[in-house]
Design a protein around this ligand. Structure first.
Ligand code: DX5
Ligand code: ZN
Length: 218
């Protein structure tokens, strides 16, 4: 199957020293997962565009921006323009999914669509040509440290089948740890967000390596 990517989320890192937290995992991670929340689409707030821009500019590794915001139709393109490698918007928040995905790609980033737990897999079907990544949420978006929803694996399996031989990454986000990553891998995920598992570990880089090994079936 496809290549594996580990994309740590800094949501639950020590935000008083973001740069040194990112430095802990940069050598061993594929992308940095940045959770943008506006307290409208989800009941929590993180970075606004300006503060995210600073993190993105200073990051030693490419950034995977996960936009949990109410106005992705306006904002997504801006995140692509400032150099994010990948920009993910939520199906539930977009007014026009196709236009948003196209705007991300045309600004030079990988375009990705996220589905909340209650959103059906079938909504993806219209967008196969415009997608570079699918994100299946394995918790309700908004907070780190929640329990992995194993019942989402059916959606992951269906997404894997839907992807076929297309160059579309399949990401899972929420509750990924050494206890759950193999379950998600077996269902077909190839790109794994891990927040608290990585940053609450005594050695975050070693945790990324352990997660990678488990996902690779080693
Ligand atoms: C939750 C965010 C996640 C979060 C994951 O809405 O999208 O990226 O940081 O945290 P863990 O890995 O702790 O579930
Ligand atoms: Zn996320």
């Amino acid at each position: 199957m496809s290549e594996i990517r580990i994309t740590p989320s800094i949501l639950n890192a020590d935000l008083t020293k973001i740069d040194s937290e990112i430095a802990k995992i940069a050598q061993v991670s594929d992308l940095l997962h940045l959770d943008i929340m506006d307290n409208k689409f989800v009941p929590n707030q993180t970075w606004n565009f300006e503060s995210a821009h600073k993190i993105i500019s200073n990051s030693p590794i490419p950034v995977d921006a996960h936009l949990m915001i109410a106005d992705p139709d306006i904002q997504a393109r801006r995140y692509a323009e400032i150099g994010c490698r990948s920009v993910t918007v939520h199906f539930e928040a977009c007014e026009n999914v196709s236009i948003v995905l196209k705007s991300i790609r045309s600004a030079g980033a990988r375009s990705a669509l996220a589905l909340k737990p209650k959103t059906d897999f079938a909504v993806l079907k219209s967008y196969r040509e415009q997608l570079d990544m699918i994100l299946i949420m394995t918790v309700e978006p908004g907070f780190g440290g929640q329990k992995f929803m194993v019942e989402m694996m059916d959606k992951v399996r269906k997404s894997r089948e839907f992807i076929g031989d297309a160059d579309i990454w399949l990401q899972v986000d929420g509750g990924i740890s050494i206890e759950t990553i193999e379950i998600a891998r077996e269902a077909g995920a190839d790109t794994f967000v891990a927040g608290s598992a990585v940053f609450k570990a005594s050695d975050p880089a070693d945790m990324v390596l352990q997660l990678r090994k488990l996902a690779a079936g080693k």
